[in-house]
Design a protein around this ligand. Structure first.
Ligand code: SF4
Length: 72
């Protein structure tokens, strides 16, 4: 079934250090954005940074969306 929310940009993109390119990811940023940031709420919710934003927790530039991603 088509998910109308797919392809939507994360609501925290404007303030997110990952999305702004401030996190020194080993993996290409465009791939991370395509998987998490530009993929609607279903994938935003799989992002650990998104979950922290939702919880009102502190965000810093060492945080990555998932355990299989890493900082240089
Ligand atoms: S999905 Fe995660 S990494 Fe992407 S903008 Fe939202 S909080 Fe940041």
């Amino acid at each position: 079934m088509f998910d109308k929310s797919m392809g939507r940009l994360c609501i925290y993109a404007g303030q997110c250090p990952v999305h702004k390119g401030l996190v020194a990811l080993k993996q290409p940023l465009f791939l991370v954005k395509n998987i998490y940031c530009n993929n609607g709420p279903r994938w935003w919710n799989k992002c650990k940074v998104y979950v922290r934003f939702e919880a009102g927790d502190e965000i810093n530039d060492q945080m990555v969306p998932a355990d299989d991603l890493s900082v240089q």
